[in-house]
Design a protein around this ligand. Structure first.
Ligand code: ISL
Length: 577
């Protein structure tokens, strides 16, 4: 029931990353007019809501995750009036609109930061984290940073500012200074801004790195502690902060306060999802326990970190299916009695799932994309689909460093080349993991620039749009799009998907992902063969349940319930006690 306050339990949220979604004015950059023009696509797919990545005013150092005015729209994306129109038109089709909320940091061009940096006397000074140089050091010299923290985007998290002779904190780019949530004036300003958006009619927020807003302040000055340096690291190197910044001491209090100040007493259909890297199940239960009223659900990262080694995301490791299954299973069990899961394979920060977890060769692309979707979306939780995923879009064929745009990729490459690392090896890792893989324009047609723009796209369109595009998929029952559509309908129609318990079968199996969902006498059995070749589920140990019928498959003609599974075949069986 789309009117139910907890529509998101059976629902599907579609993420739009506006720069690459659809361009309505020919400047090569996607925009709100483009999103409005594609609402038919979303309605046909059957999604319940759109999560719109930031469209706010921004210098676009981090593609909109650096906001300079929370209450305006970037001119390249359109106007506030168009955003209102998008919300109205989406609502008319029964689609909700969730906005991104980026309040761990602002842009350095935000009025608050310009004020803050102008003078130590400014009333906005304590909106941000200003600190003197480390004792005995001269500001701006190497080693003088207040802590040894390494930025997500390479280098120190501290930027020296001559004007007032102090450092400011930026966990991300220097153009993204961190707000100080210790300051009640910051909290009040953000809450007011959030209420302003809800009053405008939006349906909730996806909260960017919201578990970073409580820094661990150690009583005394400078108040923030060094992160432990990994053994063997060269002296003076930066270290990625952990407990110093993630899930800090006041985080639950801050989220509960936000809920009280912003959401309490409003429409019960509003939804909140906190993006929370570095979060354990234990914390996840606290964040999402309805009785605590913090957020409805969180994005966690364990399952997208499994193909990384101890060196971080660029330290590539092969993905092992049993570990992937076990990770999702642990979260299913951990949040079974309280809390709620978010289910995602991709977003604008992750490579394309069919290239990462599937097989993007022409032979297996469609089957592997649909098998992956089937297993994910039939776990218990709210399902997220990132633009192009429903078309089976793949990673892009980036050749040289000049083909990349994202600052995370480019900074990492430059820093490591300067240190003497092998450029070819660095490029090889970027091709696999760069965020740009998710950011090539959506492939609407087989035509020029995939129908994304009539101008020159800001980032090259993947040449495989000739085969992989929306237009050719709508009326093809065997397409990735058609499968997503059936899968989303199944989530809506079958209450066991939102309510049922979850039991992983054959956890150690390296090619078969099998599980059951059970509620009210109904059992769904999901079988997915995640490799080439053939696999007989019963011979592998799946116990057949009599009377099971196939309710969804990516095999074309429905096979019988327990027949051998072909390459990347997925099958959903339903039985009733
Ligand atoms: O993308 C990542 C790793 O490659 C993550 O570490 C990512 O930086 C982290 O998940 C936070 O992401 C969010 O905040 C960033 C922004 O760049 C991302 O696009 C956003 O999703 C800073 O606002």
């Amino acid at each position: 029931d789309p009117q139910a306050p907890e529509w998101w339990r059976s629902g599907v949220v579609y993420q739009v990353w506006p720069r690459s979604f659809a361009d309505s004015d020919g400047d090569g950059v996607g925009d709100l007019g483009g999103v409005i023009s594609k609402l038919d696509h979303l309605e046909r797919l059957g999604v319940d809501a759109v999560w719109l990545s930031p469209v706010h005013a921004s210098p676009m150092v981090d593609n909109g995750y650096d906001i300079s005015d929370y209450q305006d729209v970037a001119p390249e994306f359109g106007t506030l009036a168009q955003l209102d129109e998008l919300v109205a038109q989406a609502h008319a089709r029964g689609i909700r609109v969730v906005m991104d909320l980026v309040v761990n940091h602002t842009s350095d061009q935000h009025a608050w930061f310009r004020e803050s940096r102008s003078s130590v006397e400014s009333p906005y000074r304590d909106f941000y984290w200003w600190r003197p140089p480390r004792e005995g050091h001269v500001g701006g010299e190497p080693g003088a940073e207040p802590t040894n923290w390494e930025s997500f985007f390479s280098g120190s998290t501290w930027q020296w500012d001559e004007a007032t002779g102090a450092y400011y904190l930026h966990l991300f780019a220097p153009e993204q200074p961190d707000l100080s949530w210790e300051n009640p004036a910051v909290r009040q300003a953000v809450h007011a801004m959030m209420r302003w958006w809800l009053d405008r009619g939006i349906d909730g927020f996806r909260m960017d790195v919201v578990n970073l807003i409580s820094k661990r302040v150690v009583p005394g000055t400078p108040g923030l502690a060094d992160a432990p340096v990994p053994p063997g690291a060269p002296p003076g190197s930066y270290a990625a902060p952990g407990d110093e910044t993630f899930n800090g001491p006041r985080i639950h209090e801050l989220l509960a306060e936000m809920h009280r100040e912003v959401f309490a007493g409003r429409d019960a259909g509003l939804v909140t999802v906190g993006e929370m890297p570095g979060t354990t199940i234990e914390h996840g239960r606290l964040y999402t326990d309805p009785a605590r009223a913090e957020v409805d659900m969180i994005f966690t990262f364990e399952h997208v970190d499994l193909d990384s080694g101890p060196g971080g995301k660029w330290d590539l490791r092969p993905l092992e299916l049993p570990r992937l299954k076990a990770t999702l299973d642990r979260w299913q069990q951990g949040l079974a009695d309280v809390g709620w899961n978010s289910l995602y394979w991709s977003n604008h920060d992750q490579p394309r799932p069919v290239s990462r977890f599937g097989d993007d060769s022409p032979q297996h692309r469609v089957r592997s994309a649909t098998a992956l979707a089937t297993v994910l979306q039939l776990h218990r939780g709210t399902a997220y689909v990132y633009q192009g995923e429903e078309l089976g879009m793949t990673n892009a064929p980036f050749a040289t460093i000049d083909d990349f745009d994202d600052l995370e990729s480019v900074n990492h490459y430059r820093e490591r080349v300067a240190r003497g690392d092998d450029p070819e090896q660095l490029l090889a890792a970027l091709r696999v993991k760069s965020r740009d893989n998710a950011r090539t324009p959506v492939q609407w047609t087989a035509g020029r620039h995939a129908g994304f723009t009539t101008g020159e796209p800001w980032l090259a369109v993947n040449p495989n749009h000739v085969e992989v595009n929306a237009e050719s998929q709508y009326d093809d029952p065997a397409s990735v799009f058609s499968h997503y559509r059936r899968l989303i309908a199944l989530r809506h129609d079958e209450p066991v998907v939102a309510r049922g318990d979850f039991t992983l079968l054959l956890p150690e199996h390296e090619r078969l992902w099998a599980f059951t969902r059970r509620a009210d006498g109904v059992t769904l059995t999901v079988l997915a063969h995640l490799s080439d070749g053939e696999l007989d589920p019963v011979a592998e140990g799946v116990v057949a349940s009599p009377g099971a019928e196939v309710v969804l498959t990516n095999e074309g003609t429905a096979a019988s319930a327990y027949a051998p599974l072909g390459p990347w075949a997925a099958r959903v069986l339903r039985s009733q006690d």
